[in-house]
Each structure stands twice: as structure tokens, then as C-alpha cells.
Design a protein around this ligand. Structure first.
Ligand SMILES: [Zn+2]
Length: 133
């Protein structure tokens, strides 16, 4: 596990905190960088992607005959392929979402540099979350 030391500003009290904290130690603000809102969305899209991939794979498998082993292998391969395709679009969509949110952060922080730091940290978290897609 790598140790991250990116400093970000708490949206509530505007003090610099380690980007990994879930709660501001100064003002008690939960989710002090508003990461959770976007992470929830990415998590939900990933869940949907995997579910749809799985259902699609079952549908395609049902068109083939073959034994249970063939079915299992097909299901495994097809699900992996569909999840990758869906993941590509989810990443694109999330990049856009983060970019839009960055403008909001720029307004809150009052400067572009901090908003850019926020975007880098947010993007890293999203890609970590989506690494299985
Ligand atoms: Zn704070």
C-alpha cells in the first residue's frame, strides 16, 4: 500500500488536510473534499455495468449448446469483455463528471491550483475504484 500525502483544503473550514481523511479533524466536516458523492455514482455505474454484462453473457450463452464447463468458460470470458467495454464508457463519463465538479470546487476554493489538486486526487480515487472494469 502506498502512502499518499496530497494536501487538500477542507470545503468547510478551508484548512489543509491529508487527502485520505474521511472527516476534518478541525471542524468535524464529514467527507471534507466531497469525494463520496462522485465515488457513489462511480460505484453504482460499475455495479450496473457488471450486472448488465453478466445478464448479457447469460443470454449469449443460452444461444450456444454445450456442457456446463463450456457455459462457465463462456460466461466468464464474455462477462470480462462486456465489463471492460462498459468500464471504458464509465471512465469517460466519470472524467466528465469530475471535470464539471472541478468548476464547482474552483468556486468553493477560489483558485484554480487547489481545484486542480482536487481533480488529480479525485481522478485517482475513481480509477482505483474502477480498476476491475
Ligand atoms: Zn474543516
Amino acid at each position: 500500500m502506498e502512502i499518499e500525502n496530497t494536501l487538500l483544503t477542507c470545503v468547510s473550514c478551508k484548512r489543509q488536510l491529508n487527502s485520505e481523511v474521511d472527516k476534518c479533524p478541525h471542524c468535524g466536516k464529514k467527507d471534507p473534499f466531497m469525494f463520496k458523492k462522485i465515488e457513489k455514482k462511480a460505484g453504482f455505474l460499475m455495479f450496473l455495468d457488471i450486472l448488465i454484462s453478466f445478464l448479457l453473457a447469460i443470454k449469449i450463452c443460452s444461444l450456444f449448446g454445450g456442457g456446463l464447463v463450456v457455459l462457465a468458460i463462456l460466461l466468464w470470458v464474455l462477462t470480462a469483455v462486456f465489463a471492460k467495454i462498459g468500464g471504458f464508457f464509465i471512465k469517460k463519463h466519470m472524467d466528465n463528471t469530475v471535470l464539471k465538479m472541478k468548476d464547482e470546487m474552483k468556486t468553493i476554493y477560489g483558485n484554480d491550483e487547489e481545484a486542480n489538486e482536487w481533480r488529480l486526487a479525485m481522478t485517482k480515487r475513481i480509477y482505483d475504484l474502477l480498476k476491475y472494469c
